[in-house]
Design a protein around this ligand. Sequence first.
Ligand code: HEM
Length: 505
Amino acid sequence: MQQAPLMEAWFIILVSAFVCVVVRAIFSRQTKTINTPPGPLHIPIVTSILWLLKSFSQLEPILRTLHAKFGPIVTIRIGSQRAIFIADRTLAHRALVQNGSLFSDRPKALAASKIVTSNQHNISSASYGATWRVLRRNLTSEMLHHSRAKSFSGIRNWVLHTLLAHLKSDSLSNDSVRVIDHFQYAMFSLLVFMCFGERLDEGKVREIERVQRQLLIGFNRFNILNFWPKVTRVLLRKRWEELLRFRKEQEDVMLPFIRARQQKQKQGKEEGVVSYVDTLLDLHLPEEKRKLNEGEIVTLCNEFLNGGTDTTSTALQWIMANLVKYRHVQERLVDEIREVLGEREEREVKEEELQKLGYLKCVILEGLRRHPPGHFVLPHAVTEDVIFNDYLVPKNGTVNFMVAEMGWDPKVWEDPMAFKPERFMNDESFDITGSKEIKMMPFGAGRRICPGYNLALLHLEYFVANLVWNFEWKVPDGGDVDLSEKQEFTVVMKNALHVHLSPRI
Ligand code: HEM
């Protein structure tokens, strides 16, 4: 008689135990903390300071070791912030292209950056939202659209002839010509014209170049101001003053040109080209329901000039350095141009002829793969906490993509450190935007991809073709081409390229 209740009791105990185990398993699964990607040991304050003292170029070899140890996605902790680094091209594609709506934000600007970005009112630093969309659409459809880009072909031709003349006169008086200053000046003349719509004399272009470069190259020095701004404003007062002075100088130099365009608009004068400033004067910010103020226009001109000059002249120098080092590549390029131009006397490759030069395109692509001007894209951020590849990518961190590592991946590129333009010959439809697959990403990929990539490719093709068509580029007697790198705003040649130039007859 007593066995039935006993069995009942056992049954209830067993069922309850089973339910407990199941509930606990489900519960523990749900509450299992998802970690950020792995990374090196974090010792509060100590390791943060060590990381902060390192530049991106010093970080790169350390990150390579960390990736070998922890896998393709690692985290570095700096204070309470997490910086995530992705070295793998497939993961980059999954983040930037397949999950573009989540991975296209930018980190909140820190104190010093707020000053030079007018509190994130430019394309590259704006949060992923309406302001960014309007600014970016203005640049792409009003300035970089094919027909608008074509309207500047006359100025490209003028800049090319000035560059050739400078190189010629320099080569007459010097056996060895340092070319980077000529390249930078040429790119500045071009972008300054597109920006302000005026052909300025050399003195004015040089003045703009000076104020731009002092902020660009000096900016690393101001990074320290971002940490504990309240303290650094007292302890590093001189450096804060220097930053504000650089910014003020930039405004003083640019505002007269901006106001001149504004005046022209008011007077209804519509002669000449449409400049970047003209498009900015017309723009409305949808979120703030107002036009851009003068400081914001200066900031956007600054971005336009930096985006299009330093990157392109750096790439141009790397490509020409390889053409000097590997003479057979230079000669093959010249042969291709000769074939397309025929017996024509005039020593100019016209823009319309560039599309017939297949090998030239391969040389440019190989230059950008082997020597991407930026070894990282600009830091990205996620719009919300995201689980990615089984890890947590937190909203308040940064997500960084290792451009150079991807272009040098031996699983994709045979003998990746060699300069071999031929590798692109059998891949005519190679897609540099990485929309279907990322093999290299010198311009980034996805929604934040560089909007100027077509213009940059046009400039590189046009100048490289004409430089080798006009001069034979050789190593000066007793010299060599040293391909060592140095981090400035972009990754530049540590020892600037010096060449011996002889005119091609
Ligand atoms: C060889 C030349 C160039 C290279 C290698 C280059 C590379 C890049 C890279 C890597 C990014 C960051 C992409 C990302 O964060 O995911 C970028 C962004 C940008 N670039 Fe370029 N760029 C070049 C030329 C230009 C030119 C000619 C312009 C304009 C005239 C330009 C304007 C910009 C702007 C506005 C952004 C910010 C895009 C955004 O955040 O939405 N760049 N570029």
